[in-house]
Structure formats: structure tokens, C-alpha cells
Design a protein around this ligand. Structure first.
Ligand SMILES: Cc1cc2nc3c(=O)[nH]c(=O)nc-3n(C[C@H](O)[C@H](O)[C@H](O)COP(=O)(O)OP(=O)(O)OC[C@H]3O[C@@H](n4cnc5c(N)ncnc54)[C@H](O)[C@@H]3O)c2cc1C
Length: 388
């Protein structure tokens, strides 16, 4: 008889999407989480489930992968952006550009919503279980990022400003990245996302805050600092090892252009469950459904990096002239011939950054395993640096 017990390490969106689907299909899904609850990686900050990397609307995508909406999930369509010339640009879209969600341990958060769905489906949780060795049974690993390819530093605050979102593209305040302001029902998240110069994050954050206050008329009440980091790499032969399927950011599934990893996390978790349920090859599934847009995102990153502020302004001008910026963004995520070529160049260009720096492989001698003991120290240092 088929063994129907599956261990899932990490209660993030990737691990939980896998657990929910497996438990619904009658499997005994056991989630091991190193914290005492879900969402500990986040601080109640707003994030967006992006709606541009695929033609399929995010809500229908969620439904398809077996996720219900039992968390704050607010559609955001028109928004305002500022490029280096500080002129406001309005971005319009034919459907929501993203769905705003809250991350963290709080009621109504995406993480709590997924946990409730998992519990309802019969998933078992083992809290405070910092797994260091893979169990011998079939395992899904969804432990999130360990190396930082992008960092965010920002504040959460209360405000009387109505619901809205703003984006800021300027290498002087967000090197190779962007700053964002998301406002929902009297609460706001403002952060700068940097893809390089992490050590100067304080300086960039201060600049970003000044730029935001100069351009947006907003009151900031009770600000609290927060920060985080993300990891991107190409999942080279990630799954040929024994019984482990890697999902979410622990598999490198992350958007290299802007760090929108939630859809990748959920999709990879769902695909891992599907491979177990139907006997399909997980690697083939990810190559078909995830890798093309991931490759496109890396090609986009190369362009975004190379053209700097000049490119940012042009991109914003281009999008503002369109009645549907979504169509333009969707185009960016198509792996066209030109993007395939750019991807090949990008793969070489970012060669050292694309190495998988983490691993839970058995008897493995990779860099991450050899430095395994540094994991928490290194993570703590990064977090300290971002929140200070
Ligand atoms: C500040 C910030 C803003 C972001 N904004 C957006 C956004 O707007 N849109 C978007 O799409 N993406 C965004 N992202 C990225 C997105 O949050 C991640 O891509 C997504 O959460 C990845 O999900 P995951 O399940 O792979 O990993 P995680 O969410 O990191 O979950 C991993 C889980 O595994 C647990 N764990 C780790 N190691 C172990 C272990 N050894 N044993 C047991 N448990 C373990 C962790 O505690 C955690 O609960 C943002 C990220 C940051 C940091």
C-alpha cells in the first residue's frame, strides 16, 4: 500500500499550499515549523499577489490551486508612480494590478488564512521544530530564503490617507529596485527594496522616505520599522536528490525582477502536491509552469539593471501612455525569442548570484551545508542590519 504520510518543512505559503492539497486528497500531511505560529517572518506588512505575470487572474489562480479567500485580499487597480524626474505618472490597468494581502501572525493575514485552511483540511502542525535533517520519509521542503539577493527596509504606520498605492523608481533611493507605499483601511506599508548596496540601506531608506513625503500628501502615525530579504536562484537539478521536493523560495522560485515570490511559492507547493498525488515528475512540472516566467524575470532584471534611471523613466512613461499597463507587464513575462537570448546573457552575467546557497541534501558538501551552522547567525545579522 502507498505510504500516505508526507512531511512538509516550513509553514510558508509554499509549504501550506502543498499541505492543503495533500490533506484534502486524504494524505497525512505533517507540517514542521520552526516558529510557534505561521507568519513569523513578517511583521504585518502589506504585500501584493501580483496579477501581471500570467494572463490568468490571481483569484482564479488561487481557486484553481485549492486556496480559498479567507484573508484580507483587496484589489488595487490604478496607482501612481514616480520616476527620477519626480513627476507623477498614473498607471491604469484593465483588471487589478495586484491583490493586497497582509503578512504575519495577525488576524486576517494571508498566513493565518492559509493556516486555517490547512487545519480545516486536517493538516497536522509541529510547532517550534527547527528541522536540520531531512526525515527519511517523503518530504517537501519549503523553508524560504537563506541568502539575500534583495532586501527591503521600511516602516509600518497608521494614516488617515484613503486606500491607494504608490511606486517609486529611482536608483538613488532604491538601487536596482524600487520603493513602494501601500495603504489599506488606515494602515500603511512603506519600504525601499534594494538589489545591491545593502550596507547603505539606512541611507537609501532615508532618501526614499524623503522622496515619498515630498510627493505624497500623507500623515504618518506611530511608525514601526520592519525589513526582510528574498532569495533568487535557478533550481538546477534541485530534485534529483532522494525524496525531497523543494518548493517556494527554498527552491529559488522567486521573481528576479521585483521579488514577487508569492505566486511562485503557491504554485510550486501545489505542483509538488500534484506530483505526489498523480505520480507526475515535479521537475518537469516546474520546468513547464514556473521556469519560463522565472527566466523572463531574469532577462528583465538584466535590462532593468543596465538601463538604470534612464530606463526607469522611459518604462514609466511608456506604461502611463497605455490604458492597460497590465498588458505591457504581461508582455515582459513572456519568454519571447529576444528574452530567451537576454536570459542566456543574464545567466552568465549573474552567474555567482544564481548559485543555490542553501541545501538540506543528505551528506551534501555544498556551500550552504558546510556553513549550515552559520544559518541562524547570518540570518539574525541580516535582520538586525535591516531593522536597525
Ligand atoms: C519585505 C518583503 C516584501 C515582500 N513583498 C512581496 C509582494 O508584495 N509580493 C510577492 O509576491 N512577494 C513578496 N515578497 C516575497 C514573498 O514574501 C516570498 O516569496 C514568499 O513568502 C515565499 O514563500 P515560501 O513559502 O517559499 O517561504 P517563507 O514565506 O519564507 O516560509 C518559509 C517557512 O519555513 C519556516 N522554516 C524555515 N526553516 C525551517 C526549518 N529548518 N524547519 C522548520 N521550519 C522552517 C519559516 O519559519 C517560514 O515559516 C516579499 C518579501 C519580503 C521579505
Amino acid at each position: 500500500m502507498k505510504d500516505k504520510t508526507i512531511h512538509i518543512i516550513g509553514a510558508g505559503p509554499a509549504g501550506l499550499a502543498a499541505a492543503i492539497n495533500l490533506a484534502k486528497a486524504g494524505y497525512e500531511a505533517i507540517v514542521h515549523e520552526k516558529h510557534d505560529d505561521v507568519g513569523n517572518r513578517f511583521d504585518g506588512d502589506f504585500q501584493g499577489i501580483e496579477n501581471w505575470s500570467s494572463k490568468e487572474d490571481a483569484l482564479s489562480f488561487l481557486k484553481k490551486i485549492g486556496i480559498q479567500i479567507n484573508f484580507i485580499c483587496a484589489p488595487y487597480r490604478t496607482g501612481h508612480f514616480y520616476g527620477p524626474n519626480l513627476k507623477q505618472v498614473e498607471i491604469k490597468a484593465s483588471r487589478p494590478l495586484f491583490y493586497l494581502i497582509e503578512r504575519g501572525v495577525g488576524t486576517g493575514s494571508f498566513d493565518q488564512g492559509l493556516k486555517q485552511q490547512a487545519l480545516a483540511a486536517g493538516v497536522q502542525f509541529i510547532w517550534n521544530d527547527n528541522v536540520q535533517k531531512l526525515p527519511s520519509e517523503k518530504t517537501i521542503v519549503g523553508t524560504g530564503p537563506k541568502a539575500a539577493d534583495v532586501i527591503a527596509k521600511g516602516i509600518l504606520f497608521k494614516t488617515s490617507h484613503p486606500n491607494a498605492y504608490y511606486g517609486f523608481l529611482d536608483d538613488r533611493i532604491a538601487p536596482k529596485g524600487y520603493a513602494y507605499l501601500l495603504i489599506n483601511e488606515g494602515k500603511a506599508t512603506f519600504a525601499t527594496c534594494m538589489f545591491e548596496n545593502f550596507r547603505d540601506s539606512d541611507h537609501y531608506f532615508e532618501g526614499a522616505l524623503k522622496m515619498m513625503q515630498k510627493t505624497v500628501n500623507i500623515d504618518i502615525q506611530e511608525p514601526v520599522p520592519f525589513g526582510g530579504f528574498g532569495n533568487f536562484f535557478l533550481p538546477a537539478s534541485k530534485h534529483k536528490n532522494d525524496k525531497a521536493l523543494y518548493v517556494g523560495e527554498s527552491a529559488g522560485f522567486q521573481d528576479a525582477l521585483w521579488g514577487f515570490g508569492i505566486r511562485y511559492a503557491l504554485l510550486s507547493g501545489y505542483l509538488a502536491a500534484r506530483s505526489i498525488l498523480n505520480g507526475e515528475d515535479y521537475e518537469k512540472l516546474t520546468r513547464r509552469y514556473i521556469l519560463p516566467s522565472q527566466k523572463a524575470s531574469l532577462a528583465n532584471r538584466l535590462v532593468f539593471d543596465r538601463f538604470g534611471n534612464w530606463g526607469h523613466q522611459r518604462m514609466l512613461n511608456h506604461m502611463s501612455r497605455s490604458d492597460d499597463a497590465l498588458g505591457i507587464l504581461q508582455g515582459y513575462y513572456q519568454l519571447s525569442l529576444s528574452r530567451r537570448l537576454l536570459f542566456r546573457i543574464a545567466k552568465r552575467w549573474y552567474h555567482t548570484r544564481l548559485i543555490d546557497k542553501q541545501c538540506m541534501h543528505k551528506n551534501c558538501n555544498c556551500i550552504w551545508c558546510r556553513c549550515g551552522k552559520e544559518d541562524d547567525t547570518r540570518k539574525a545579522e541580516l535582520e538586525k542590519m535591516m531593522i536597525a
